[in-house]
Design a protein around this ligand. Structure first.
Ligand code: ADP
Length: 158
């Protein structure tokens, strides 16, 4: 794998995302972590804040670059000459949507392939939305996100 993209919302980045990033950074020469700009979900963090948190948490990985993109993922893949899209699979509930997306992308851009990394079992239940929900009710989120990200979430929620 030469150049790969791991796309997502990362609102905010969790230990589950970081596990996928660390593992795929070992498989690719260059790994772009791509934050989707035109997302229909209303985010908690701005794109700039999400970039900053991801850069902070991936600073020890020299071949990982955090960037943002608009529009179709495969167009973004072509623009950075990436051959592979990386997605994480937590449970069967992720599978149906991911299968549909990967087949659609393959149809539009046959030269770009999608690979799936299964979640580390430690993080199988973990999603950005669960973290936000727990934080909203002042629950302990230290098992879900790194301390730096936890601090940003607490600041954001006052
Ligand atoms: P999206 O809005 O594209 O689903 P997310 O930021 O929620 O963006 O997720 C990005 C990718 O990371 C997706 O492939 C998702 O399945 C994966 N992912 C999210 N949480 C985990 C986790 N705990 N373990 C493994 N993969 C995960």
């Amino acid at each position: 794998m030469k150049t790969a993209i791991y796309p997502g919302s990362f609102d905010p980045v969790t230990y589950g995302h970081l596990d996928i990033i660390e593992r795929s950074a070992k498989l690719a020469e260059v790994l772009y972590v791509g934050i989707l700009r035109n997302n229909s979900k209303k985010p908690l963090f701005s794109v700039e804040e999400r970039i900053e948190m991801l850069e902070h948490e991936t600073a020890h990985l020299p071949n990982v670059k955090v960037i943002t993109f608009d529009g179709l993922l495969v167009d973004f893949a072509r623009s950075v000459n990436a051959q592979v899209l990386v997605r994480g699979l937590r449970a069967v509930t992720d599978f149906e949507y991911e299968l549909q997306m990967s087949q659609t992308n393959r149809k539009i851009a046959p030269e770009v392939d999608t690979i799936f990394l299964t979640t580390n079992l430690k993080y199988a239940y973990l999603s950005s939305s669960i973290v936000k929900e727990v934080a909203f009710y002042q629950g302990d989120i230290s098992a879900f996100v790194p301390p730096y990200v936890a601090e940003k979430i607490h600041q954001k929620m006052g």
